[in-house]
Design a protein around this ligand. Structure first.
Ligand code: ADP
Ligand code: MG
Ligand code: MG
Length: 892
């Protein structure tokens, strides 16, 4: 016969914690605690298979269920010394839902079930406490009517308020048994009025009503939404737990509470929790009365004048402490527990692995591994790499008061505050004058890069998680809230309006890019800490990972951060990003707009020394680690002058007229810059540009080598290549320049020439390209754009629908599209290796810092990932987890 019901209690259970799928999390852990010999009120779990049956059979139950429930109920009664529905010696139970994963949206627990007009008198007699009996009955009527019958709470709250007013009472504890009797009578009237039926008096009807309510709640809208957001399959179903009641509301020697074995916000190894004397169920979290601390140390720290559990019930306290230690050792993780004390006897009602902040997760994992409770590998696997983000940026002090003026997308983590500015120029000017600023724009464009650099944080009113502002801010490690649609920006008036209030340039705001919130004023913050447990865990991760982790770094400042965070080289230096500097951009524009080679060479001569010193300091900072430099890949439109002022500025610099320059700029206008005159195409048309860059690289390397005494490893790559021939042409120029610099300086710099793989054709022809290329760097941003034919900058309007409708599993610009782009990467890797054994393979772009994409890189056997400096620790951890075969979740 099929088994639908599993009993627990009295030191044994039919279930165990390994049976979460069948019994749900709560039921499995209740069984486990019973097996461990901990005091657990007896009860039974109706399995998740009943839930599945219920929905497969028109919301009906398996025929054997009723008998199995009756038998289990008798067993519970026998253990507890009571009989369900008995008028003299009634058993009261709680009915608790319990899915595999803890799930808000499911039915709330009903306590004290089995009470009616008759059994309440029996309870009053047996307990010798009439007030307790009627207090329990009124709680039951309210809970059951609300949860099972759908009667709203206010119906009951009003009755209680009126009663208290009439009697001149302030607190619930002022009510006597007689008062609660009267309240109960009014409650029942209210239920009859609202439901057109009397409150059910038959305990069996009550029980099946509650059980059905749990199963029905699996399909309510809140639960469905929660499952969708958290990827919980519908098919899992929920279990129902029915358990003998124990009473925390039986007077001064009774209590109820919740506790964690360690502090869930700091991770400190100290019992942490709260309890209330003479209370039941959710009273502790309901906030009606102020709860008391459990330990004396916590009470003193909290400066509470209410005695701790340690002092008011020392024996129970000791027993509880032993139980918590046992549970933590047994589950080998921090536990979150619920307990009740009935007349000096202590009972465990729940345990589960506790939720914790990123900071706490790190400390708990490291301390548990250090003490030998878990292995280092387990410690590594327990930290969600993305959660490190919280620790790498300043965060808002959780205790600080904040007035939220707008919300948007959490585009780039961390918090920052500063004065509002509406333009890049203002950001730079004020920053130079020592101010901290927040750059507020409708949306950002490449011209805002320098302003974004100068700002502490960025706020945009338009654009999604992969908008320009979001991508660039993440790369820079700057907090950013994007797409705050309710904020109105008025550039002319230099104001922003949010929630009917107007803020002007210079007013201070705080942006929290982790939560996607904007606050008024300067909210206090906590600074990141990368030493201590963080460093410890990173060290362990480094020991197990195979993939190398490099950083995308364009400037010396980026490179320094990258090294601080443990980067093992630069995987991508985008040389055009070195040009956004105000002074340089004129020279770059001059080069782009030059009418002939001579003009171009003149402009290049101005750029050469700047590039040389940039490269020299990058090499110096990286101190012998590999540095991959990408030849100029300018999306031309980002560099062309737009305003007449900008055009005039360039005209003066080159001694030309604005009209002429304007005409040249118009000539260079492109309809589709993403697929236009960029990448290696530039070096093909104007080889002198690649030559200048190669010279700057080799001369910079000579300089750095002389300074540090460490050999430089220079890797030069061409972007947007799709044929071997393109690379051959560029490589010839680089080789020639290497020789020239070597003979001029007498120092030969070792170097490698490789290519980006960022076009499908390049992936397909990888075998041939590898004849020339000494390494491949997969530029998965462009490869995603060109493989899916989706422009990242224009994807905002439809990508959401694609993900929602399940066409794409997630945003392919955040987590690599394994099926499509991934296949091209794997294929190119294979073809490249066939031609050149051991060809070095890496990935750069946003995906290099995404744990799921990193897992893909591990599987494909790439040599390294390269990501923005701030994501280097995340990538190190994710690479370690990938090496351990731990399933990764994307950050998308
Ligand atoms: P949740 O999943 O929302 O925490 P629970 O089923 O754990 O719901 O129930 C909430 C609270 O109700 C428990 O923390 C406990 O205080 C109380 N409770 C549940 N079952 C019992 C019981 N058998 N006896 C006493 N209190 C109970
Ligand atoms: Mg609850
Ligand atoms: Mg609970």
């Amino acid at each position: 016969m099929a088994k639908w019901v599993y009993s627990f209690g009295d030191g044994k259970a039919e279930g165990a914690s390994a049976m979460k799928e069948l019994l749900g999390g709560k039921g499995a852990n209740l069984a486990e605690m019973a097996n461990l010999g901990l005091p657990v009120p007896p009860g039974f779990t109706i399995s998740t298979e009943v839930c599945t049956y219920y929905y497969a059979n028109g919301q009906s139950y398996p025929p054997e269920l009723k008998d199995q429930v009756d038998a289990a109920l008798n067993h519970v009664g026998a253990l507890a010394g009571h009989v369900f529905a008995d008028p003299e010696n009634p058993l009261l139970v709680s009915v608790r839902s319990g899915a595999r994963a803890s799930m808000p949206g499911m039915m709330d627990t009903v306590l004290n079930l089995g009470l009616n007009d008759v059994t309440v008198e029996a309870i009053a007699r047996s307990s010798g406490d009439e007030r307790f009996a009627w207090d329990s009955y009124r709680r039951f009527i309210q809970m059951y009517s609300n949860v099972v019958l759908g009667v709203e709470h206010h119906n009951f709250e009003e009755i209680l308020e009126v009663h208290k007013d009439q009697k001149g009472y302030f607190q619930d504890t002022d009510l006597t048994a007689f008062d609660w009797r009267k309240v109960v009578a009014s409650y029942k009237e209210a239920v009859e009025r609202e439901t057109k039926k009397p409150f059910p008096q038959d305990p069996r009807e009550q029980l099946w009503g509650a059980i059905s309510a749990v199963f029905s709640s699996w399909m309510n809208q809140r639960a469905i939404t929660y499952r969708r957001l958290h990827d919980i399959p519908q098919s899992w179903g929920t279990a129902v737990n029915v358990q003998a009641m124990v009473f925390g509301n039986m007077g001064e020697t009774s209590a109820t509470g919740v506790a964690f074995t360690r502090n869930p916000s700091t991770g400190e190894n100290a019992l942490y929790g709260e309890f209330l004397v003479n209370a039941q169920g959710e009273d502790v979290v309901a906030g009606i009365r102020t709860p008391q601390n459990i330990t004396e140390i916590a009470r003193i720290a909290a400066k509470s004048d209410k005695p701790s559990m340690e002092t008011v019930m020392p024996e129970v306290f000791n027993e509880f402490v032993r139980a918590t230690q046992l549970l933590e050792r047994h589950y080998r993780d921090m536990q979150d527990m619920e307990f009740t004390v009935e007349r000096g006897k202590f009972w465990m009602l729940q345990t589960r692995n506790g939720k914790r902040t990123g900071r706490a997760a790190l400390r708990v994992a490291v301390e548990m591994a250090t003490s030998g409770l878990i292995t280092r590998e387990e410690a590594i696997s327990r930290i969600e790499p993305g959660s490190l983000d919280q620790l790498l940026h300043p965060t808002l002090d959780p205790n600080a008061e904040k007035i939220i003026i707008a919300t948007g997308l959490p585009a780039s983590p961390g918090a920052a505050c500063g004065e509002i500015v509406f333009s890049s120029d203002d950001a730079e000017t004020l920053k130079a004058a020592g101010h901290k600023v927040i750059l507020v724009r409708v949306e950002t464009s490449p011209e805002d890069i320098s302003g974004m650099h100068a700002a502490e944080g960025i706020l945009t009113t338009r654009g999604g998680m992969t908008s320009h502002a979001a991508v660039v801010a993440r790369g820079m490690g700057k907090p950013c809230v994007s797409g705050a649609g309710a904020v109105r920006v008025d550039y002319a008036a230099q104001t922003l309006t949010a929630q009917g209030r107007t803020f002007s340039k210079g007013d201070v705001i705080t942006v929290d890019g982790t939560a996607g919130q904007v606050m008024e004023g300067a909210v206090p913050m906590l600074q990141p800490e990368v030493s201590g447990e963080f460093a410890e865990l990173m060290g362990w991760a480094d020991e197990v990972r195979r993939l190398k982790v490099r950083a995308n770094a364009d400037t010396p400042a980026d490179a320094r951060i990258a090294r601080q965070f443990g980067a093992e080289g630069i995987g991508l230096c985008r040389t055009e990003h070195m040009f956004f500097d105000n002074e340089r951009i004129v020279a770059v524009r001059e080069m782009i707009l030059a009418e002939n080679e001579e003009g171009r060479r003149a402009a290049l001569a101005k750029i050469l020394p700047m590039q040389r010193s940039d490269f020299a300091s990058l090499f110096e900072i990286m101190h012998g680690l590999p540095v991959t430099i990408r030849l100029l890949d300018p999306p031309l439109h980002e560099f062309l002058p737009h305003t007449s002022e900008e055009i005039a500025e360039v005209a003066t610099a080159v001694g030309s007229t604005p009209e002429k320059l304007k005409r040249r700029a118009d000539e260079l206008h492109e309809f589709n810059p993403m697929l236009g005159f960029r990448g290696v195409r530039l070096a093909i048309a104007f080889p002198e540009i690649a030559e200048m860059q190669a010279r700057a690289i080799f001369e910079g390397a000579v300089e750095a080598q002389a300074k540090t005494g460490r050999p430089v490893i220079a890797e030069i790559m061409a972007p947007l290549v799709f044929s071997k021939r393109e690379l051959d042409l560029v490589k010839a120029r680089i080789d020639a320049m290497a020789e020239a610099v070597a003979s001029e300086t007498g120092v030969a710099i070792p170097y490698h020439v490789g290519t980006m793989i960022e076009l499908p054709r390049a992936a397909l022809r990888a075998g041939e390209i590898a004849e020339t290329a000494e390494f491949f760097s997969f530029g998965t941003n462009d490869l995603t754009q060109t493989t899916l034919g989706i422009s990242r900058d224009d994807a905002g309007s439809f990508l959401g629908a694609y993900v929602q409708k399940g066409i794409l599993p997630q945003d392919p610009f955040i987590s690599i599209d394994v099926d499509g782009v991934g296949e091209l990467v794997a294929l190119a890797a294979e073809r490249g290796r066939k031609t050149r054994d051991g060809i070095k393979l890496g990935i750069c772009g946003e995906h290099g810092g995404d744990p799921a994409s990193i897992a893909f890189c591990e599987k494909t056997g790439l040599d390294y990932v390269s990501c923005s400096p701030y994501r280097v620790p995340i990538a190190r951890l994710a690479a370690a987890q990938a090496a351990l075969g731990h399933a990764a979740r994307s950050t998308a």
